[in-house]
Design a protein around this ligand. Structure first.
Ligand code: KG4
Ligand code: ZN
Length: 340
């Protein structure tokens, strides 16, 4: 097998973003994402609407990815797609399309775990971005997951801590909803947080043993705090938006940092990589970078476009699996829940 000239088309459709990318070995030639704005008015992702939007978007998105990469479909060596975890209706659109296209082109089909992809996005060859060496710790923080993963090798990963209830992205989005901000609220909290005082208000951190997380208590505490203050001053949110956002973000980052510090202590591993939508957060990026000087850690922060859901990260896992000849038949099934 000629392994130095591998072209992979990657397709991601696990939640509410329809994405396609073309990779040449570990380099990204194109990375196209169609966000589904339809969900904004509902305050969260509506699964049925997501599947329908994927069906509308998938052909134009793949077409755009191929055109931007200047690659003909006949040049492709394999198709990689997200097998799970995710919304079943959304996953099925990507997997069915990938199966048909791989069959039509008579090329291998590669199934990719979305959470592994968030971690392995760090192995995309990008100028100015160093790749971690094994073993390292990955903090995967997204709208659906919050995990600390010990990454021993490309496909040897161990979850050593995870959320027992809400994911950290949900903590951001649900807090934003309480503040009457549109979905997804994470980026907006980040924006206002940068203008406020992180110590203006104090929220109690949950007491969860070991490396696990909990965010549902924080959400409730924020709700009661807002209700109490709005009862006294109906303009409380508008008058204090920046300080409220900054204090919420500060508390969330403290919770994450406490657990990473513990994970470093327990494993002795000082290389930390972050991934997932919430790793776009400016406060988290800044706090993590500070640890390099403070504690002698080495931190890896993905390029912005590889943080939230994208297909380039599916492509880099596809490339590794292609090298290992880890291929699937068209009998492969999508999985709403999937571990490592
Ligand atoms: O990884 P992702 O795109 O989708 C999932 O697999 O869930 O993550 C989406 C999550 C949302 O909760 C969104 O609010 C959050 O990432 N997010 C952020 C930021 N950008 C995206 N949260 C905080 N600060 C940000 N800048
Ligand atoms: Zn994701």
């Amino acid at each position: 097998m000629q392994k130095s000239e591998v072209f992979i088309l990657a397709i991601e459709s696990s939640c509410d973003d329809t994405a396609a990318a073309v990779l040449h070995n570990d380099k990204v030639l194109s990375n196209v994402v169609a966000n589904q704005l339809i969900h904004n008015q509902y305050g969260g992702v509506v699964p049925e609407l997501a599947s329908r939007a994927h069906q509308q978007n998938i052909v134009p998105v793949i077409d755009a990815a191929l055109r931007k990469a200047n690659v003909q479909k006949e040049q492709l060596n394999a198709i990689a797609f997200t097998q799970g975890p995710g919304l079943m209706g959304s996953l099925l659109v990507g997997s069915s399309f990938s199966k048909s296209m791989a069959l039509a082109l008579n090329i291998p089909l590669i199934a990719v775990n979305h959470m592994q992809a968030h971690i392995l996005a760090h192995f995309i060859d990008e100028e100015g971005f160093e790749k971690p060496t094994f073993p390292f710790l990955a903090l995967t923080i997204s709208g659906g997951h919050t995990q600390i993963v010990k990454v021993n090798d490309f496909f040897d990963m161990e979850i050593i801590g995870e959320t027992t209830d809400d994911a950290v992205g949900e903590a951001f989005d649900k807090s934003a909803k309480i503040l009457n901000l549109p979905y997804p609220g994470g980026p907006l909290i980040d924006k206002y947080a940068q203008l406020g005082n992180p110590k203006a208000f104090t929220f109690t951190k949950p007491k969860v043993p070991g490396l696990d997380f909990s965010f549902s208590g924080l959400k409730t505490a924020i709700l009661y705090f807002i209700q109490k203050n709005v009862a006294q001053n109906p303009s409380f949110i508008e008058e204090n938006r920046n300080d409220i956002c900054s204090s919420i973000q500060y508390t969330i980052i403290e919770i994450l940092m406490d657990k990473i510090k513990l994970a470093v202590k327990e494993t002795g591993i000082k290389q930390i990589a972050i991934g997932g939508g919430v790793s776009a957060n400016s406060g988290i990026r800044k706090r993590l970078k500070e640890t390099e000087k403070k504690y002698g850690w080495k931190t890896f922060i993905p390029k912005f476009e590889y943080t939230t859901d994208n297909a380039a990260m599916i492509g880099i896992v596809g490339y590794q699996k292609y090298l290992n000849e880890q291929f699937e038949t068209s009998k492969v099934v999508s999985k709403a829940r999937i571990s490592f």
